[in-house]
Design a binder for this molecule. Structure first.
Ligand code: SF4
Ligand code: SF4
Length: 438
């Protein structure tokens, strides 16, 4: 694609990067076929190619984005299916990230939307606040029926529709909190390795059992696990809302504490059980590339970050207790399959450990979770969820496995089949409790 940035604009490293990305796009349109919003809405401006064009215009003209541009960028899930499909290697992720930052900086959203986004950005990364908000949402749940349902094709859903979507996601009860930051879990038998386990923010409130399962599997196989003290939210939530000052300050804070832990006590890896977080931590090196003090440490941390399935693939697991009679539909989270290109490892681990693994038709399409997307775009999100759940039902599973808490909550909202994390099944297969019973 031809671009027309001035030399002054190209002196900005972000614009220089955007220029490189835009020039790689040959406008072939292959990406449109796998873009969930284009598949649903059929509007070129809701396709990757259309959005790339809008972003190019916005950056080149260097003017505040119009409401129409914001509408189409906001509808993007950042699922990155387009990056998997693109034959030219267009890095849509770094382009749309930049567009979101620009919108956040130059566009004034309606007051109610600004308020909602501020509340989400404040509450979600803070487990204590998130726990409190979930308790309050649980109390308000009975009143959700009084709120309007999101209407198909509305240019931007209203506040009440979004509150209704938020209440629908609130759980009926919350589990007890998991172990405190700073805890070190000793390995069983000879120590074969040492890892940090990302504690996460929403996940540690909604499903501490996931990291408990990871700790069980790791320590059972001789790996010492540390929950690093003073670790923060990885920054993914605010990063995807274009609030990069917040996201980058969280990234820097994490880099400091993880680097200290690695230097003082040794770390083979920083393991992540929420693939949405993993994708962003693996991108710290890029995000902080212009920061003299942090570029090197950020690249080091990105190299250390591993999805739990990547790490376990390098370990010989104990013989499985499974007898091949549990059918598992494997939902491939977008952040895992498109963001981190991890497609086969989780399925291979499950198969090797005695589960009958079924691929879900249209597995490349997002379930509609996408961070805060299911709150901010409830209509599109619920249509994607229904489509995902219908596809999952075709393989008649006993359980659904996924590697991302956002997908798990989203899919569980549309099915009665237990939705569990891949690591819970691996824990079960190697001596832990049967998941999906709580
Ligand atoms: S597939 Fe790649 S090169 Fe083709 S239009 Fe989409 S982003 Fe551009
Ligand atoms: S990230 Fe997903 S929703 Fe956004 S343009 Fe690409 S395929 Fe479409």
């Amino acid at each position: 694609m031809k671009t027309e940035f001035s030399l002054t604009q190209l002196a900005d490293p972000d614009i220089k990067e955007a220029d490189k990305i835009l020039r790689a796009c040959v406008h072939c349109g292959f990406c449109t076929a796998t873009c969930p919003t284009y598949v649903l809405l059929g509007d070129e401006l809701d396709s990757p190619r259309g959005r790339i064009y809008l972003i190019k215009e916005m950056l080149e003209k260097d003017k505040p984005p119009t409401p129409d541009v914001v509408k189409h960028i906001d509808r993007c899930l950042s699922c990155l299916a387009c990056m998997t499909t693109c034959p030219s290697g267009v890095n849509y992720m770094h382009l749309v990230d930049q567009a979101r930052v620009r919108i956040e900086r130059d566009y004034t959203r309606p007051l109610t939307e600004r308020l909602l986004r501020s509340v989400l950005a404040f509450v979600l990364p803070r487990p204590g606040m998130f726990r409190l908000s979930m308790i309050l949402a649980g109390l308000a749940r009975p009143f959700a029926a009084l709120l309007p349902t999101p209407s198909v094709g509305a240019s931007s859903p209203g506040l009440l529709e979004r509150i209704k979507a938020m209440l629908a996601l609130a759980p009926h009860g919350l589990p007890q909190p998991g172990p405190a930051a700073g805890t070190v879990f000793a390995p069983v038998g000879r120590r074969r390795g040492r890892v940090a386990l990302l504690q996460g923010c929403a996940q540690q409130v909604l499903a501490p059992r996931i990291n408990q399962a990871a700790i069980n599997v790791l320590t059972r196989h001789g790996i010492e696990v540390v929950l690093v003290k003073d670790e923060q939210c990885c920054g993914a939530l605010t990063h995807h809302m274009g609030q990069d000052a917040d996201a980058l300050s969280r990234a820097r804070a994490n880099i400091i504490v993880w680097q200290r832990e690695a230097d003082q006590n040794g770390l083979d890896a920083i393991l992540v059980t929420t693939s949405g977080c993993g994708t962003v931590i693996k991108d710290y090196g890029y995000l902080l590339r212009e920061d003299r003090a942090f570029a090197g440490p950020a690249a080091r941390i990105s190299t250390l970050a591993k999805d739990i399935s990547e790490y376990l693939a390098g370990i010989e697991l104990a013989p499985s207790t499974q007898k091949g009679d549990v059918i598992v539909a494997y939902h491939s989270a977008c952040s895992l399959q498109h963001g981190q290109k991890i497609t086969q490892l989780p399925k291979e681990l499950l198969s090797k450990n005695g589960f009958v693994v079924k691929d879900v038709p249209e597995s490349h399409l997002c379930c509609g979770s996408a961070g805060t997307y299911n709150i901010l775009q409830p209509d599109i999100a619920s249509r994607l969820r229904d489509r995902k759940v219908a596809n999952i039902a075709l393989v008649k599973p006993d359980m659904i496995a996924a590697g991302n808490i956002g997908c798990m909550v989203q899919i569980a909202g549309g099915t009665s089949v237990p939705v569990v994390h891949t690591i819970e099944l691996l824990d079960w297969a190697t001596g832990g409790p049967r998941p999906g019973l709580n």
